[in-house]
Design a protein around this ligand. Structure first.
Ligand SMILES: NC(=O)c1ccc[n+]([C@@H]2O[C@H](COP(=O)([O-])OP(=O)(O)OC[C@H]3O[C@@H](n4cnc5c(N)ncnc54)[C@H](O)[C@@H]3O)[C@@H](O)[C@H]2O)c1
Length: 443
């Protein structure tokens, strides 16, 4: 059988190779040419295989050419990056969360598509908040978790406290990492709110370079910008009105370059933040990192450090403890005070918007220190007295934000006046001071 089969195969091959017809013995050239054709080409030409292949290619190409047109006619897919209904320039750099949330807006503007199809869940963002255990950071964390995002806090607890976040500890969308931003860290997130920095004079004068501000502002900001670049996250820097120094322009606009003493006691903070702004813009221009810069003016509210040398927390704590309110200098220097929820709304509006900034975020209501002391007395203890002390070096004479840029481009402005906001922090301070006193009693 095997032999028969071999024979048949051999015959078959010979049939293929030997030209049929009378010309064969006299036309060796033709015979040679046919033999030299590769066998795969022979295979292609046989039984109209080539024709079928060509028809297949034609059908395939027609489908791929028509497919985008067909998909435009059908219902849109808001969460598919390839068929995103947002134009490139509009969607570039937005996180999935942004793309989904801006889709409905875009669709409305275009008037072409109805709404996000039912059943497609809104993708939540993963967000890092450095300094999230501090005063502002912990309120920001509350807002982000409440709107449904995943939040990772990075904090070294230099001025922050776990107590500010303890009410979130059981939440599966919340994580807390003890880490110093001076060291690099790798995480996968969509947005980075960079708040880590000791912000009060008591803390930043403690060890200005090594423990505190300069190193944190420079190395910490570099590390977080590096992370943003590596993972393609959007980065928001919380800068400060201190970048204006002792301003020669009043009120301060974002275009004002400031009047800062580069070698004074407060310079580690002021110049640290100015450097952080520079680094942020360099990463934006040089590396294409999506950045936002907020210049925050004096902010107050629950969870502020009790004795951190900031004027509102000082006055409130002193009035509750029945101590005289300490006024530095003649008390005629001015500041504007913003309630913390207004600031948090401004930070989120800035992060979600397409404008880089810098933006002043503050309350334009302007008070002298003596006027502030009066409001504290009215709110807490009318019998409180005032004690004058010599002013600190480089204390700015005036501070008041011009917030027209934030009003116009972010559609943001503060809502809570000082007289409304102050009572909201008093009960928090009273409880903490009471606990502190009880703690002392136990020792
Ligand atoms: N509160 C204001 O009035 C005000 C005004 C202007 C700017 N700001 C800016 O807002 C941000 C938050 O200020 P705040 O008032 O909540 O201050 P805060 O001191 O309460 O919070 C700062 C947080 O950063 C943490 N931190 C400090 N250094 C760190 C480091 N190296 N690594 C990790 N974590 C570190 C602290 O432990 C703290 O939890 C700061 O960047 C500050 O400069 C605040």
């Amino acid at each position: 059988m095997k032999q028969l089969h071999k024979q048949a195969t051999a015959n078959h091959r010979r049939d293929e190779e030997i030209p049929i017809g009378p010309a064969s013995p006299y036309s060796p050239k033709t015979f040679k040419q046919h033999r030299s054709l590769p066998r795969s080409i022979n295979y292609l030409f046989k039984e109209q295989r080539l024709l079928f292949i060509l028809i297949g290619i034609l059908i395939g190409s027609t489908f791929f050419i028509l497919q985008p047109t067909l998909s435009r006619l059908g219902p849109s897919e808001p969460n598919s990056s390839s068929s995103s209904p947002l134009p490139r320039s509009y969607s570039a750099g937005l996180t999935n969360h942004d793309q989904v949330s801006t889709f409905a807006q875009y669709a409305r503007n275009q008037g072409k598509v109805g709404r996000v199809p039912a059943g497609i869940p809104k993708k939540r963002s993963r967000i890092v908040v450095t300094g999230g255990a501090g005063f502002v950071g912990s309120h920001l964390v509350d807002k982000l978790l409440d709107r449904g995002d995943d939040v990772i806090v990075i904090d070294n607890f230099f001025t922050g406290r776990k107590e500010n976040l303890v009410h979130r500890f059981g939440n599966p969308r919340f994580e807390l990492i003890r880490h110093d931003v001076v060291e690099p860290i790798l995480l996968e997130v969509d947005q980075i709110y960079h708040l880590a920095c000791p912000a009060s004079p008591v803390h930043y004068k403690y060890n200005p370079v090594l423990d505190c501000d300069y190193k944190t502002n420079v190395m910490g900001t570099l590390n977080m910008l590096g992370l943003a670049k590596r993972i393609g996250a959007r980065f928001l820097l919380t800068s400060t009105s201190e970048v204006y120094g002792d301003p020669l322009e009043h009120p301060q606009k974002e275009t004002y370059w400031g009047n800062v003493n580069p070698i004074g006691e407060r310079s580690c903070y002021d110049e640290g933040k100015r450097t952080a702004e520079t680094l942020t813009m360099d990463y934006h221009r040089g590396a294409g990192v999506e950045v936002r810069i907020a210049r925050i003016f004096n902010t107050y509210g629950p969870r502020m450090c009790l004795d951190d040398g900031r004027v509102v927390s000082n006055f409130v704590a002193q009035a509750i403890r029945k101590q005289p309110l300490t006024v530095y200098g003649d008390g005629k220097q001015t500041r504007s005070f913003q309630y913390v929820s207004d600031l948090v709304d401004g930070l989120v509006a800035l992060m979600e918007n397409e404008h880089v900034g810098p933006f002043n975020l503050g309350n334009p209501g302007e008070f002298t220190m003596l006027e502030l002391a009066e409001v504290v007395k009215e709110t807490i203890d009318a019998s409180a007295t005032i004690e004058y002390r010599p002013n600190t070096a480089d204390d700015p004479h005036k501070r008041k934000p011009d917030i027209s840029k934030a009003k116009e481009l972010l559609n943001w402005e503060p809502k809570i006046s000082l007289r409304e906001g102050l009572p909201l922090m008093v009960s928090d301070f009273q409880n903490r001071i009471l606990n502190e006193d009880e703690g002392k009693g136990l020792k």
